[in-house]
Each structure stands twice: as structure tokens, then as C-alpha cells.
Design a protein around this ligand. Sequence first.
Ligand code: HEC
Length: 165
Amino acid sequence: MNKRINVILFCLGIIGMIACGGNGEKKKESSGSTPSSESAGSTEAAILDFKSDGSKGVGPVTAIEHKPFDAQLANKGVELFVSKCAMCHNFERTLVGPSLDGVVKRRTPEWIMNMMLDPATMLEKDADAIALSKDFSSPMISLGLQQEEARAILEYLRERNSAAK
Ligand code: HEC
């Protein structure tokens, strides 16, 4: 009788160990690999590629290379954006200028760079900029940016426009 109970307990013990062992491994898998690979995958996949079709606007920039997202460049861009653009633009609503939410999806990178570098020429010669300006009482002004500075701001717009809502 006693022996039998011991055998049963022994078996239950083994089953318990196997069950726990299995669970433990599963937990490790899900806490270890799933979240990290998910987040890395989604941030990378979620960063927008630039638009390659559509008007490039009128101005100094005729073609930009479509490179992978550069976080360091975007960090430079955010500082410039705060000091040069934020008084007229944010990503939520119209200020002096339009919300820049989704602008990277609407415009080619060349168009956006030309708008940053030479808004006066864009507002005089580019049909899309002219159409847009009809809704705004004061025009975008030249900010005296270097091309690399405009490129950094563009990278920030790319990052900002990629953020999930
Ligand atoms: C003095 C206010 C002002 C400043 C500063 C300014 N903008 Fe603008 N921006 C405007 C206005 C107004 C428009 C709409 C076109 C127009 O009427 O000139 C515009 C349009 C744009 C557009 C086109 C948006 C679209 O929907 O197609 C982009 C892109 C843009 N600005 C980016 C920038 C960036 C980047 C900076 C900083 C480097 C900047 N702007 C600084 C006022 C400003």
C-alpha cells in the first residue's frame, strides 16, 4: 500500500517536473526573444521609405539617395526643427504653416528639401506649393539652411511621420 503511494507520488513528481520544465522554457522563449525581435523588427520596418514618384519641386535639389534610416542624422534634425521650424509648424494642427504630419508620404524628399532651402522660388514656380499657399496668409520664409541641415531635418520628418499613432 505504502509502496504504491510512493510510486504514485514519484510519478506525479516526475510529471510535475516535466510540466514545470516545459513551462519554464516557454516563458524564457517568450520573455527573451519575442519582445526584443518584435520591437527591433517593427521600428525598422515602420520607418518610411521616401516617396520616389511625384513632383520634385523647383530648386537646388534634383535627386537624393534613398538611404536606410539614420538615427544620428534625425537627432541633428530635431534640434534644427525646434529652432527653425517649430514656430510655424507642428504635427498636430495648422499654426502659421500646415501640420507636417504625414508630409513625407505626400511629398517627395526633393520637394520637401527645395521647400526648406528656397521657399520663395517654390512659392513662385511650383504648382503644388502655389496651390498650398492659397490657404495661408503669410508665406514660408527662407531660413538660410545648408543642404546638410535640410537633409537632417528631412530625416527627422521621416522618423516623426513613421511614428505609430
Ligand atoms: C514663418 C513661418 C514658417 C517657418 C519658419 C517655416 N515654415 Fe514651412 N511653411 C509655412 C507656410 C505658411 C507653408 C505653406 C506654404 C506657404 O504659404 O508658404 C509652409 C509649408 C511647408 C511645407 C509643405 C507642407 C505640405 O503640406 O506640403 C513643408 C514641408 C515645410 N513648410 C517645412 C518647413 C520646415 C522643415 C521648416 C524649418 C526648416 C519650415 N517649414 C519653416 C511657414 C513656415
